[in-house]
Design a protein around this ligand. Structure first.
Ligand code: ARG
Length: 565
């Protein structure tokens, strides 16, 4: 915390010339802050160990710092815990839902995420992207950025043509009553199976794509109708997950402007023709050849990305453009950003690919072409069933409405948390039973710690207002578990900042697990409501602060914090 750092720096300034950088010792037993003495050895002509010893004996503790010790080449500082407690708990109780929030920044950032393709199933890999993107939007906003949450729907291209071709061949005029998008996705999978080795079929599909791009009336109508089936599924999923977008881009919207950019590149000699197709040679950058337009003149994935990149900056006046996209597209994005640079797009360097790894099942990799994918709706159905059983077991007597609400809160937490509690660069092996385990490292486990605190506070009954807080004697918080919890609470703003600068919600999920574990241990060892009045009040204040920070952290992951579970 800043006040302690300043107090230490002020102490050191009296003895040390030059800049002073403090570190955090690897183990809190060594101290709360450390000053490494290596940098002074030359100037003082002494070993860092001697310097540390000297400094530790010269420096005198004060109101903020209770002890100063040297360990090897470091001077270690121990903060005064009752002041620490006062500062942190006051910050939390005055900040409330804003505790940990950073000041407004000028930067406007667009985060593009979720980007599912219509006419295909939304599977649990898409769930990872959606959870990650939404959490980043929340984290960046909390850190003061002006964030535009953007979706980019893949509503045209070869996969759509394939689905429509198959539909016309085998299902013409058919339409299921419900789950229409999911049904389309299954058709797409069927189509992929028969197309794979068949050149004739591939030609038929290409013809359909051509016709669609040329605006054939009948096909366009069918495309619009079926696209809407998928969109309705997507909206339903976002609603269930509590995920919102400020803008929806569509591939269909950027296709024509994309082609224009590519043809312009051709005219200027930046791009060239090769076997009828349009390409740009990026070999001198180690990025091979980037295909920009197919030989039959139809657009590619890349074609559209040029126009999209521009549109984002032109229409939304953003300073930075983040693309949340799976690691398998890393090369495409490198080629894209490099080409943008070559055509003189000023903001090319402001485009950033935030990559993440796959979601796998214990059985192996998923692919919607092969049909061995777990669809979102399948997963969520199972999770909701299990969560509902849990709620039924604990709260048979609750009104139906409350049970439904709790079920949803727990189910969504289980799904999102298992997608976020892993480093972006690591594969997730999804296990439905683990995701819901109230005792494991899960979303429901953290929710449960939160609800447990709420229940203690309800039993306590008194309001925790300013008067109550002012009266509490924080010097009573002397137990090891208490001090550790307070320090952990004080770290929250730093964790939030690190999560934003490294785009890692997993830092927050890990933190929340530690805080929940810390609380559970504390509550296992120490009493609260049965303690004498003063100590009870102080501990109530401590757990109320834990409640607040759990809530704030969960909110950054897009997870609700129920008061009863
Ligand atoms: N819809 C694409 C897919 O499913 C992802 C789009 C990513 N965004 C982009 N600007 N290329 O693969």
């Amino acid at each position: 915390m800043q006040v302690f750092k300043e107090a230490i720096i002020n102490l050191l300034k009296k003895e040390v010339n030059g800049s002073i950088e403090l570190e955090t010792p690897p183990d809190s037993k060594l101290g709360d802050y450390a000053f490494p003495c290596f940098g002074l050895a030359k100037q003082l002509k002494k070993s860092p160990i001697e310097i540390a010893k000297d400094l530790a004996s010269k420096l005198k503790p004060n109101k903020y710092i209770k002890e100063i010790k040297s360990t090897g080449p470091y001077v270690n500082f121990f903060v005064n815990e009752s002041i620490l407690a006062e500062l942190i708990l006051n910050n939390i109780s005055s900040g409330k839902d804003d505790y940990g929030k950073a000041k407004k920044k000028k930067e406007r950032v667009m985060i593009e995420f979720s980007q599912p393709n219509t006419h295909k199933g939304f599977h649990i890999g898409h769930l990872r992207n959606a959870s990650l993107g939404d959490s980043l939007v929340r984290i960046m906003r909390f850190n003061g950025y002006d964030v535009v949450a953007a979706n980019y729907i893949g509503d045209i291209g070869a996969h759509i043509a394939k689905c429509i071709w198959y539909y016309l061949k085998f299902y013409k005029n058919k339409e299921p009553k419900t789950n229409k998008g999911e049904w389309l996705g299954s058709i797409y999978t069927e189509a992929s199976k028969i197309v794979a080795e068949n050149e004739e079929y591939k030609k038929e599909i290409q013809k359909i794509q051509r016709k669609l791009e040329d605006g054939n009336k009948e096909l366009t109508e069918l495309w619009e109708k079926t696209k809407e089936w998928s969109m309705q599924d997507f909206y339903k999923i976002y609603k269930e997950l509590g995920i919102n977008f400020d803008v929806f881009f569509f591939e269909s919207q950027v296709e024509k402007p994309g082609k224009k950019i590519v043809l312009d590149m051709l005219k200027k000699g930046i791009a060239e023709k090769s076997d009828g197709a349009v390409i740009i040679n990026l070999e001198k950058y180690g990025l091979k050849v980037f295909l920009l337009l197919k030989s039959d003149g139809t657009s590619l994935y890349s074609t559209k990305d040029f126009a999209l990149a521009k549109k984002k900056f032109d229409d939304y006046k953003i300073d930075k453009s983040i693309y949340v996209i799976g690691s398998e597209q890393r090369f495409h994005l490198k080629q894209l950003f490099k080409t943008l640079e070559i055509i003189g797009f000023k903001q090319a360097k402001k485009c950033y690919h935030l990559s993440y790894e796959l979601v796998m099942l214990k059985e192996g990799k998923m692919s919607s072409r092969l049909g061995n994918i777990v669809l979102y709706f399948e997963l969520s159905k199972k999770i909701f069933e299990k969560a509902s059983k849990e709620v039924e077991k604990r709260h048979k007597q609750w009104p139906e409405k409350d049970k439904e609400k709790a079920t949803k809160q727990i189910a969504v937490a289980a799904m999102k948390f298992s997608m976020l509690n892993q480093d972006n660069n690591k594969t997730i092996v999804f296990d439905i039973n683990k995701a819901l385990d109230f005792e494991g490292e899960t979303g429901p486990y953290i929710q449960y710690a939160h609800a447990r605190i709420c229940s203690i506070l309800r039993k306590f009954g008194k309001r925790i207002d300013k008067g109550f807080i002012d009266k509490a004697d924080l010097s009573l918080l002397k137990e090891k578990e208490e001090t550790e919890l307070i320090k952990l609470l004080g770290k929250f703003p730093d964790v939030v900042e690190n999560a934003a600068s490294s785009y890692k919600p997993s830092l927050i999920s890990r933190y929340l697990l530690d805080l929940s574990q810390g609380f559970n241990e504390f509550y296992h060892i120490h009493q609260i409501l049965k303690e004498r009045e003063e100590l009870k009040n102080t501990r109530i204040l401590l757990i109320d602060s834990i409640r607040q920070v759990l809530k704030n952290g969960l909110n950054l992951l897009g997870i609700e914090a129920p008061e009863r579970m």
